[in-house]
Write a protein that binds this ligand. Structure first.
Ligand code: ZN
Length: 240
């Protein structure tokens, strides 16, 4: 009898554990969905018939990334949206200003770039506000696009984003963090984008060399296909 009860308890415990693991998995999957979130709607692409693409760069600003991409974007007459980390703006003063001066748009990518779920409610808002002040000081008028670090969000972050007057912007194509070569990387990107796509690239740190090398190839390919590269703000103006 005792052995029977112990076995039943073990089965019940295993079932509870399985349910908890399943819930954890579902929560994780929901947190990183690019085009859907529990509260509000993130912008992951724009419905348009015009051949427009928004190119976005996450993280930094670092002198390495800014030095590499500014001249390339200028050469192709492309304007991009840079989602910057507040702490990095403090570490590298003047870099965000360079981006604004070149006609690019700045977005908010939090202050510490930490996991943004399971935090104290006030923390989300503090991260957004601190970075918002730095973006304004760098010359970005009325910053209002927010990109969650690592694309992760549940409920606390979307609420804080809406309260701060921001819109969550994700992507419909994310660069592969490592690629075999700049050419292969560019070809994969070019094959995946369509009118209204929002592309995210990571060019700010040392491991992003393939991405930095691929940028002119991507811009050349987009130009050949008749695309114009614009900021997220500009892309939204062309929504159907
Ligand atoms: Zn990031």
């Amino acid at each position: 009898m005792t052995r029977f009860v112990t076995r039943r308890r073990a089965i019940a415990a295993a079932a509870i554990l399985a349910v908890l693991l399943a819930l954890l998995f579902v929560t994780f999957e929901i947190s990183k969905a690019a085009c859907w979130q529990l509260i509000g709607t993130p912008v992951c692409k724009v419905e348009t018939d015009e051949k427009l693409i928004a190119l976005t760069f996450d993280d930094g600003p670092t002198p390495l990334g800014v030095d590499a991409v500014l001249p390339v974007l200028e050469r192709y007459g492309a304007h991009a949206t840079f989602f910057l980390v507040g702490q990095e703006m403090e570490w590298h003063p003047g870099q965000a200003q360079r981006l604004v001066a070149a006609g690019h748009e700045l977005g908010n990518h939090s202050f510490y770039h930490q996991r943004m779920w399971g935090l104290f409610p006030g923390s989300y808002e503090a991260e957004i506000r601190r970075t918002d002040a730095l973006l304004r000081a760098a010359g970005q008028p009325n910053p209002h696009f927010f990109r969650p670090p690592n694309g992760k969000k549940l409920t606390g972050l979307p609420i804080a984003v809406a309260r701060a007057g921001y819109t969550t912007v994700t992507w419909d194509y994310e660069d592969q963090m490592t690629g075999p070569s700049a050419r292969a990387f560019a070809d994969t990107t070019l094959a995946r984008v369509k009118p209204g796509s929002i592309v995210v690239m990571h060019v700010m740190y040392k491991p992003g060399q393939v991405q930095r090398d691929a940028l002119p190839l991507i811009l050349e390919g987009l130009k050949a296909r008749g695309y114009r590269v614009v900021t997220v703000g500009e892309l939204l103006k062309h929504a159907r």
